[in-house]
Design a protein around this ligand. Sequence first.
Ligand code: ATP
Length: 287
Amino acid sequence: MDHIVLKSYGKINLGLDVLRRRPDGYHEVKMIMQMVGLYDTLTMEKTQENQVSMNCNLSFLPTDEKNLVYRAAALMKEKYQIQTGVKIVLKKRIPVAAGMAGGSSDCAAALKGMNQLFDLGLSKEELCDIGVTLGADVPYCIWGGTALAEGIGEKLTRIDPMPGCYILIAKPGISVSTAFVYKNLKLDQLERHPDIDGMIECLKQKDLKGICSRLENVLETVTIPEYPIIQKVKEHLMKHEAMGALMSGSGPTIFGIFSNQKTAKQALESLRSMKDVKQAYVVEPIQ
Ligand code: ATP
């Protein structure tokens, strides 16, 4: 095999809780991760030059070691003493710096791709051990599907898949820095925490209504006062018959859940009136 094409899917958080700030600056989290059908494409090709090279359809993204894809391939090349090179073409669709773990998912795909392309025979666990050195969400992106993520996001437990539904993803045209959000989170002033255990039970029962009534993300306490557009989009989705709506990760992407495809598409259409929403898609959960 000298050529491989991989899809790297984005995620949403059905629940996101932050438990404590560790002395090393990382945060302990408890999150429900759900992969969704919005994906980037990675094309990886073996080359005779002894180096990693990449290009990307988004000119503002780095294509050197600042890109997680490049870093993943270079790390694998060095670790397993691969003497030939690899050329990677990354086609981005997942909104960038948006709370959908796009970079982590691309990184996970690059690790899997190197494993297959160069016949390294690494297990999923071994890939996760390498992945966590590149980013806390990378192990989850290697797993995919529905999972409870604890620790700094790397301790994973498989949970029941999300029942069939339609998810409207809406990305306002603002950038939110993850570091800013965590830095400004007032953990001791949080009045409530998401019902993560209740969410796991609703997933088990395939209770979409119960899931939608438990959507909660403590990071909204930072982003919504700072960026009121996030609340406006949530309200817009609820007004257009979403069963629930929430910001994903550290934002600013918002998702709305619909049981019916037609209603989801009508809500998508209605977003055209919101000039501040720059990217929007209707997708389904991916297992
Ligand atoms: P998370 O949900 O894990 O917080 P995110 O959606 O907020 O992730 P990403 O889209 O993964 O953020 O990217 C954040 C930053 O990482 C970008 O500003 C970009 O410069 C850098 N980056 C490195 N590699 C990639 C990549 N392959 N795709 C997107 N961004 C990348």
